[in-house]
Structures are given as structure tokens and as C-alpha cells.
Ligand binder design. Structure first.
Ligand code: SF4
Length: 185
């Protein structure tokens, strides 16, 4: 199955904690006023890539002498959850490699949780990911001092705690890097 991509950024330090490979998915239904990436909105734009080919790209961008040189992979956009059926096939392979997952969405955690009641791909994507950076970009809430997000309404949500609690719990940091992965400190 194919995904549509808008771009890739290796060694990113602005798309979540640590050093990350950022994958920008093509297609977004939110049309937030002031969006910095309007070229990602058209679901027919970008270019197609097979999920297996994307795994090869992840390995190529992130391995050096057999070891991973990044902390994790970020799924951004566009709107990643519009391509949840294909991403759901891929995320297990990414986490199996010891890479953590950060996912961005213009939907809120509460909207995605509701959607996950009838869409198991959405649930699978949430369960496989470490952090969700949620909500639309709101121009009136724009704040350039924020880490990893553009407006104050957007939250960094710790997904394993939030899914267990059934409510959005924000990430409070306190993670440290191990040889294997980012672990709770
Ligand atoms: S969700 Fe993101 S990509 Fe989509 S319109 Fe809003 S800011 Fe742009």
C-alpha cells in the first residue's frame, strides 16, 4: 500500500524531543488560517511511496555502521491521521527498531480518542506513538517561544498515560536517552 509524502527531514531537532527523522504526510483537511505548509493540503499532491520503501528510507536515513543515529521518527504533515490505514501497517516496524514515534495532528486528542472507538487504525497509531502534538494551528495563539509547536492551544500529550487514563495528560519532560530508546526518567 502507498502513502503520499510531502517531504522528509533528516536530523531534525524541531519536530519533537531528540534528533529525529521527520516524515511529512501529504493531504490535510483542516486549512488552518496562517498554515505555514499550504502545499501539503492537496491529498493528490506530493508523491507516492510504498510502505516498504519508506521503511528502507528510514533505515537509510538513520543508520550508520549498523547503529541508529536518531532517537525517533516524527509523523507530521499535512494530517497524518488521514493516512492512518497505511501508517498503522508501518508504525510497529518503526518501534520494533527501538525508535520512538511522535505524531502531529490537527485533530485534538479528544477527537482522535472518539474516532478510535470505531477506527482501529487510529487507535493503533495512537497506541504505537510516544507523543501526540495535537490541535490545529490557531493564528491568534501563535507563540514562537514554544517547543515543537506553533500555537498555544497545541499540546504535547503523553500517549501511554493518556490512553490509560482516557483523558489528555501533557508530557512533562523528564526523559533520558538510553542506548535503546527514550525512557521515563
Ligand atoms: S493541521 Fe497543520 S498542515 Fe493542516 S492546515 Fe493546520 S497547520 Fe496546516
Amino acid at each position: 500500500m502507498n502513502l503520499r509524502l510531502a517531504g522528509l527531514q533528516s536530523d531534525s531537532i524541531v519536530d519533537g524531543p531528540g534528533i529525529r527523522l521527520a516524515i511529512y504526510l501529504q493531504g490535510c483537511p483542516h486549512h488552518c488560517p496562517g498554515c505555514h505548509n499550504p502545499e501539503t493540503h492537496d491529498p493528490a499532491g506530493g508523491w507516492p511511496v510504498a510502505s516498504g520503501e519508506l521503511l528502507e528510507i528510514i533505515d537509510r536515513h538513520s543508520r550508520e555502521n549498523g547503529s541508529f543515529t536518531i532517537d525517533g521518527v516524527t509523523l507530521s504533515g499535512g494530517e497524518p491521521f488521514e493516512q492512518a490505514p497505511v501508517l498503522a501497517l508501518l508504525v510497529g516496524e518503526i518501534t520494533k527498531r527501538g525508535l520512538n514515534l511522535v505524531v502531529y495532528s490537527g485533530y485534538t486528542f479528544e477527537q482522535l480518542l472518539q474516532r478510535s472507538n470505531y477506527d482501529r487504525n487510529t487507535l493503533y497509531l495512537l497506541e504505537a506513538s510516544w507523543l501526540l502534538i495535537d490541535g490545529p494551528f490557531v493564528r491568534e495563539e501563535k507563540d514562537l517561544s514554544l517547543s515543537y509547536r506553533g500555537s498555544r492551544n497545541q499540546r504535547l500529550i503523553d500517549l501511554s498515560r493518556s490512553l490509560a487514563a482516557g483523558e489528555a495528560l501533557e508530557w512533562v519532560g523528564g526523559y533520558e536517552f538510553s542506548d535503546q530508546s527514550w525512557i521515563a526518567g
